[in-house]
Design a protein around this ligand. Structure first.
Ligand SMILES: Nc1ncnc2c1ncn2[C@@H]1O[C@H](COP(=O)(O)OP(=O)(O)OP(=O)(O)O)[C@@H](O)[C@H]1O
Ligand SMILES: Nc1ncnc2c1ncn2[C@@H]1O[C@H](COP(=O)(O)OP(=O)(O)OP(=O)(O)O)[C@@H](O)[C@H]1O
Lengths: 230, 230
């Protein structure tokens, strides 16, 4: 079973530690605030109250044997930087750190932290992409350059089959699912509209108005499609 | 063309305003800090320096005609709450707001803000899901209950065809792409490993060790798969 240490139990660190523990991972939670340590101690493998800038205290925890250390100290930038430097010194392999701003991120990168996360920027980017096209209901990028987008079927797609659109060949984009409205009748005889998912769309499936297309492809190919439709 | 107002140009608001403008949207950027207004004024349709708690000033901006208002005030919680209340009063239809904590979010919800975003929690959840299975390289949830996951092919899948695995029928999960390592030879005759994507996996495709499977399905079905593989 994988094991993780989470240093700093603010909004970010507490979320990470709690969900990792819920999915059955071994979690060591660390914070200098005793009340936060007490709040989490029943949910994780171990919770201890130490100051992470105390090198001796960190050395005794065998953090270098963990799968990763998650550093969730934000507004105390100096404490975050000092802690990261100590973690690298004692041989921790993989560090994921939340940062306060770009400069904080740059410093941690230079120290050797592998994954830098600026929550406001990540969430701001995703919201802007989703808003930038009223047809886009959701736009998500995966780390490896692939993206998934939920797009309200644009007029130029309506009435066409997947074969006619030929998105995979013309645009290197796949329609991986189609959400459509299905008219049924309730037990009491009322008309009901249910949203259903066709998760194995075939070449002869026709796109109707109001359908939501779940598209997958490289982010640059998805962005090109959005630009052309705008 | 869609039009948006962004109130508060911190890390979140500045990101949203800049990307919306880059994708060609009409953007009105607002902040009480003149330096931030000056910094963005060349990139957006209009940038003005006002205090968003000044009801008269907000009334003159026709914000109710915008497609949405994005509220990016965080640490000044009272200013955020007062601004949201004024926006609802002057008839703004759609508000997306970043919040500082759960309580701040709860209050804005009661005022009528439609989309509440707590960046630390969103990013913390995504990191924890990605870490909780060493096989998961990426786990992303779309708002509508669908999820996409990049999973290192688990041992029990290796050597099997997609037909044999029958994920769509047994687990309601689709393999929408397979990333695999392709051995080629460079111009100078060296062995090279390239990562390629098979974005139209067929029933007879075989899963090899080291393949990365891009899976799509309802988040509960993806979570079940992860639990069973753990
Ligand atoms: N040197 C330290 N050793 C241990 N814990 C620390 C140290 N410095 C800060 N912390 C803890 O880390 C947590 C988060 O720190 P901080 O307040 O700096 O970040 P934050 O950006 O506000 O966090 P979040 O955004 O996740 O709420 C707090 O619970 C704090 O007690
Ligand atoms: N009443 C107000 N009117 C206009 N702008 C405001 C008002 N209150 C705060 N702002 C601006 O909103 C921006 C973000 O505010 P604040 O510092 O409260 O949030 P934050 O959580 O630190 O932001 P972020 O996390 O996005 O960096 C700042 O640029 C600030 O000048």
């Amino acid at each position: 079973m994988a094991s993780y240490a989470v240093i700093g139990l603010g909004r970010f660190g507490m979320t990470v530690a709690t969900i990792l523990a819920e999915t059955g991972m071994e979690v060591l939670a660390i914070d200098k605030d005793q009340a936060l340590v007490d709040a989490i101690s029943g949910k994780v493998t171990q919770a201890i109250c130490i100051n992470s800038t105390d090198e001796e205290a960190l050395r005794n925890l065998n953090l270098d044997e963990m799968d990763a250390v998650i550093l969730g100290i934000g507004s105390n930038i100096e404490e975050s930087i000092l802690t990261a430097a100590i973690l690298k010194k004692i041989g921790v392999g993989m560090i994921h750190a939340k940062v306060e701003n770009e400069l904080h991120g740059r410093i941690l990168e230079l120290i050797g932290v592998q994954k830098i996360l600026l929550p406001e920027k990540i969430v701001g980017t995703q919201l802007a992409k989703t808003l930038s096209s009223r047809n886009i209901l959701e736009y998500t990028t995966l780390t490896t350059g692939l993206g998934v987008m939920e797009l309200l079927a644009p007029p130029e797609f309506v009435g066409k089959t997947l074969q006619e659109l030929a998105l995979p060949t013309t645009r290197k984009i796949n329609i991986i699912a189609i959400k459509y409205n299905y008219l049924t009748v309730s037990d009491e005889g009322h008309n009901l509209i249910e949203q259903r998912i066709n998760d194995m769309p075939g070449a002869n499936d026709i796109i109707n108005e109001g359908d939501i297309l779940v598209l997958m492809g490289k982010t640059k190919d998805l962005d090109n499609l959005v630009d052309d439709l705008a």
